[in-house]
Ligand binder design. Structure first.
Ligand code: NAI
Ligand code: MG
Length: 358
């Protein structure tokens, strides 16, 4: 299979973990006889420095023409004082919108060897395996007006959704549940928000099309509590943009580190964007200690969702599991009697396993 992949390293550890992704994909290509070509483009803070904008047109064009896009992370203290339309995060929001990536899939899995790395009780975390389906291009992060009054004394942000926008993300979530354990939890704030009432109505209507999926509605505050008290009660969670952003960072506690969470952002066609959930981690950037597994697991999601290469995706996931089972981990995971390794060594071990597994 021939595929062209755009790499958007971005800033901080984004640049370090994207190299891991490339190494892993090159190993997969060699072992399974595929041809992957790569092209690197700028986004975020580095794009501001080089082009005066967090999202140059050349980046958007390259992504539109690619078979898939891999993104590291954007941002850092260097750009924190810029006006909001010029911040690195605008690049990220911009590319999601430009590619119409409405569905953000965030699988969260507690690996057996990382149970001690979570501050939660082992009995609570053990066995948890859930998928957060977050709406990605609507809601509070995109609604207008979003502005401060002339006198600076009042502000407004807008949470807006159309029924069609809710339907397409809810369909994606039902379909994801069909491929998993068949249970969907729709998270909203329907006791207060008008947008959540339409959300809940839409889920109830859609339910008839998916009789094999059981549905539960949960208020977001209750869901936040249940995620850390009874995570095993979830299979697929579907929710609006900001709720999904917050709940997925919270869910990272189950895995022991933000550095373990991959994500896939999809549209109706096949050009997906794949990125770790974490940010550019300025506190550890340049030290060679970033956990590359969230990025590497994101490449597995790319092979699965954009290229339908299920066997290759599983090979990567199995390699990650095996390295963890052998006790290897990066510094972000607190594991007693483990073997601490850096970004490069962790990547090398995964690559070697891919070579020996196929
Ligand atoms: P962050 O995710 O970058 O870091 C939070 C904490 O987790 C830090 O202590 C960091 O060292 C650690 N961490 C994160 N990923 C790690 C990994 N792979 N390996 C080891 N440790 C890891 O979030 P923070 O500190 O709130 O934001 C830093 C910058 O990143 C900001 O400029 C923020 O706007 C940006 N950001 C970008 C995102 C993206 O590009 N998707 C998402 C979140 C934040
Ligand atoms: Mg976030």
């Amino acid at each position: 299979m021939k595929k062209h992949i755009v790499l958007l390293p971005g800033d901080g550890i984004g640049k370090e973990v994207i190299q891991s992704a490339k190494d892993v994909l090159e190993a997969v290509a060699a072992e399974f006889d595929h041809s992957f070509t790569f092209e690197t483009q700028d986004i975020g803070g580095c794009a501001i420095d080089l082009h005066g904008t967090p999202l140059p047109e050349s980046t958007v064009n390259a992504c539109t023409q690619a078979d898939a896009v891999l993104l590291g992370a954007v941002g850092g203290p260097k750009w924190d004082r810029l006006p909001s339309h010029l911040r690195p995060e605008k690049g990220l929001l911009g590319i999601r919108k430009a590619l119409n990536l409405f569905a953000n899939l965030r699988p969260v899995k507690a690996y057996p060897h990382l149970l001690h790395a979570s501050p939660l009780k082992e009995a609570v975390v053990s066995g948890s395996d859930l998928l957060i389906v977050r709406e990605l291009i609507g809601g509070l992060y995109f609604g207008t007006p979003s502005e401060r009054s002339v006198d600076g004394q009042s502000v407004v942000d807008t949470l807006a959704y159309t029924k069609q926008e809710i339907e397409q993300i809810v369909d994606k979530a039902f379909q994801s549940a069909q491929l998993r354990k068949g249970h969907l939890t729709s998270v909203d704030k329907a006791n207060v928000l008008e947008s959540s009432k339409l959300w809940r109505e839409t889920v109830e209507e859609k339910q008839a099309q998916y009789p094999d999926v059981t549905v539960e509605h949960m208020l977001v505050d209750a869901a936040a509590m249940k995620l850390v008290t009874n995570p095993n009660s979830f299979d697929v969670i579907v929710t609006e943009n900001m709720f999904g952003d917050i709940l997925s960072d919270e869910a990272s506690v189950l895995t022991g580190s933000l550095g373990m969470l991959p994500s896939a952002s999809l549209n109706q066609a096949s050009v997906g964007l794949y990125e770790p959930v974490h940010g550019s981690a300025p506190d550890i950037a340049g030290k060679g200690i970033a956990n590359p597994l969230a990025m590497i697991l994101s490449t597995a999601l790319m092979l699965r969702h954009s290229f339908q290469l299920e066997k290759e995706a599983r090979t990567i996931e199995t390699a990650v599991q095996a390295v963890l089972d052998d006790g290897y981990h990066t510094a972000d995971l607190q594991i007693e009697n483990g073997h601490k390794v850096g970004t490069e060594q962790m990547t090398k071990m995964i690559v070697e396993l891919i070579k020996s597994q196929s």
